[in-house]
Design a protein around this ligand. Structure first.
Ligand SMILES: [Fe+2]
Length: 274
């Protein structure tokens, strides 16, 4: 059986009717992303949302998010980003028991044949990420407990440089080296999947692969100058599908949001159409 872990990230949901950045209705983009998920031939075993679920972490924003997520019938795992309020997430999603009740919002859950280990990288009232000793100690124990299973680590702030200068300035500013040491001791970590960047980026990291994921609505402008302006645009949104197949490994795909022209056949009567 193949496990399909879908990753959606950086939804930035606002109160109903309220625009993000005075310009963008993020909710319809999430609705279309969920419609696209539901149109995929292989349904998700689970969906993980890797942070920035809302823009300001307000109760009304999470209530709106709850409504928007309702069509998803598979397990949905929430993770906090720098725009979230972990305490409010626990209050707004009391039925999501894996969120726990106190401390860092971290958890380890099975998703099909995979073990999903979610890390809390948020720094209260700051945009950058942090992994303190307590969070890393918890990770070490979670990795030890999952020693015989393929692991996907999910976290909001990526533990790598992206070359998008203004995002690197608010990246994971502490704990990254210690995380790399831990990951390098656990070859069963198949992937470190992250949000925050609103784009798909892939990097070699500590003997495994680390990646980010497009957002459903707005993307961070692709400009690799260290002083590039902090800007977003409406390049096509997307999400990722991390598929685990026993004996093959973890294969990560990126799916743009939307319905597109096609499909059309390559062949007719056994021959390539000329
Ligand atoms: Fe974001």
């Amino acid at each position: 059986m193949t496990t399909f872990l879908y990753q959606i990230t950086d939804l930035h949901i606002r109160e109903p009717g309220r625009l993000a950045y005075g310009r963008l209705h993020t909710a319809p983009y999430l609705q279309r992303a969920i419609e696209t998920v539901q149109s995929c031939p292989q349904p998700p075993t689970a969906v993980v949302l890797t942070g920035d679920l809302t823009d300001f972490g307000r109760p009304e924003e999470y209530a709106h998010l709850r409504e928007l997520l309702a069509p998803l019938t598979c397990p949905v795992y929430l993770l906090a980003g720098n725009h979230d309020d972990p305490a409010q997430m626990r209050l707004s999603f009391p039925d999501h028991g894996y969120l726990g009740t106190q401390g860092a919002l971290q958890y380890s859950v099975p998703v099909g044949d995979l073990q999903l280990i979610a890390l809390d990288t948020t720094t209260p009232r700051q945009s950058h990420g942090t992994l303190c000793e307590t969070r890393l100690q918890w990770l070490e124990e979670a990795l030890e407990a999952a020693r015989d299973r393929p692991v996907v680590i999910a976290m909001h702030h990526p533990p790598f440089t992206t070359l998008i200068g203004h995002m690197d300035k608010i990246g994971l500013l502490s704990g990254g080296d210690e995380l790399a040491q831990l990951v390098s001791r656990h070859p069963n970590v198949e992937r470190v999947i992250c949000g925050h960047l609103h784009r798909a980026i892939d990097v070699r990291f500590a003997g495994t692969l680390a990646s980010t994921c497009p957002a459903p609505a707005h993307q961070v402008v692709l400009d690799l100058h260290p002083d590039a302006a902090s800007q977003w645009n409406l390049e096509p949104g997307g999400f990722r599908i991390h598929a685990w197949q026993p004996g093959t490994g973890l294969i990560s795909h990126t799916r743009p949001v939307g319905a597109f022209e096609g499909p059309y056949p390559f062949h007719m009567g056994g021959a390539l159409i000329d």
